[in-house]
Design a protein around this ligand. Sequence first.
Ligand code: HEC
Length: 121
Amino acid sequence: MRKLLTFLALPLALASCEYESLETKYPEAVATCDTAGMDWAKARQILEDNSCISCHGASSPSADVALDSYAQARFHLVEGRAMGAIRQLDGYSPMPQGQPPIDSCSIARLQAWIDQGAPEE
Ligand code: HEC
């Protein structure tokens, strides 16, 4: 089983350098991560669980980045700087501010939502 999980994680780790450190650190979490059938409700739950929405809600959102509506979150995740901030890449403000990075499965699920066309439902 462990071999299988490592085998499944490998293409993900190789697919993108951006993922590398998280996925080599937590390969099993990523391999068992359910990224199928993402929609806005699931994506929003991840943002909610990681405090994003408490600082980036509808009224006076930090940095004018509102993440609580489908249209705005879609804009910031697909076209904006949110995934760079979440992955804590150079040149981005690391998010969530003042907290540990969000777990690799949640990052993979947000990326899957984007790759699936960021569907509302
Ligand atoms: C404690 C409050 C707080 C939390 C929690 C928080 N943010 Fe932020 N966020 C800020 C502030 C303040 C800024 C503007 C200052 C800065 O860029 O450092 C910001 C900036 C940003 C930016 C612009 C970054 C850039 O480099 O242009 C994005 C995108 C963002 N946040 C997304 C998120 C996401 C996604 C989460 C959840 C994973 C999150 N934030 C959690 C307060 C927060």
